[in-house]
Write a protein that binds this ligand. Sequence first.
Ligand code: ATP
Ligand code: MN
Ligand code: MN
Length: 301
Amino acid sequence: VVAETPAPLPDAAPETTIKITNRDRVIFDDSDVTKGDLADYYAALSGLILPFAGNRPISLVRCPQGRSRACFFQKHDAGSFGDAVHQVPIREKDGSTEDYLYVDDANGLVACVQMGTIEFHGWGSSNETLEKPDRLVFDLDPDEGLDFDDTKKAAEYLKTQLAELGLVSFAMLSGGKGVHVVVPLTPKAEWPAVKDFADRFARALASAEPDRFVASMVKAKRKGRIFIDWLRNQRGSTAVMPYSARARAGAPVAAPVSWSELRDIDTAARWGVRDAEDLIARAGSRGLKGWGVADQVLPDF
Ligand code: ATP
Ligand code: MN
Ligand code: MN
């Protein structure tokens, strides 16, 4: 009998020095989650979030009055976040340069919460190699009326097809309706090549299984199908980051899962802001260790 090695837990939540005002303000009125709860969640999960969301351009879903009031998607620095939130200058299509936001520690995450942030979305490339993506993501968006089982099967199908091409992929519950299939990449190919791969891969699946999938954004074509949203894979696009909270009823979070446990999960909103302890314990478990990490490049396709 081989002894089970106990899974190492991430370090205890680091001390943060950001002052949270109105800690008791209810941000999720459906579940009584407050601004203070959300700040504590991000501090506790920072060790798990930052390897994915740190040191890359992020966009924030901010809902200063709570998720049921006005929310907005913020891409650029407004200069009001304080010293813990940093700027990275990025060249835009029109040749101008804009400052994007990034964080690199727990204080940065919590400073964003202080500014009303609920969700963290990130680019597919890091500051260091902005033009070379380090992940692909296929965002599976089921048409209304499809059940989660269809989405799970679709995710498995993508996993199998990616494996045929020699690519390891990982599943993440979006916290909303769908599943994201994440393919880590060694930053080598540039955006146009990665986008082209994602486009052709999604279209190949849709033409192989036209009754199940569409690869085009046109809503009318989606009837009873799953949209393989490959458009997250272009320069400037974002996807929700692992362990980000979602501004949706019940305060769910985007949750990495193993392929085997996905089979027994019946909702994309399985874990929430109140599950910090469980999420941290899970992340150290055998099934999730190494989630989202693989050294691989795009194959010829
Ligand atoms: P679900 O499982 O419910 O689909 P999701 O996170 O995949 O959850 P989508 O609507 O499929 O949600 O994805 C939209 C993506 O587009 C988000 O991941 C986000 O990064 C990006 N996005 C969201 N709002 C905006 C916006 N206002 N402008 C630009 N990009 C946005
Ligand atoms: Mn989606
Ligand atoms: Mn989508």
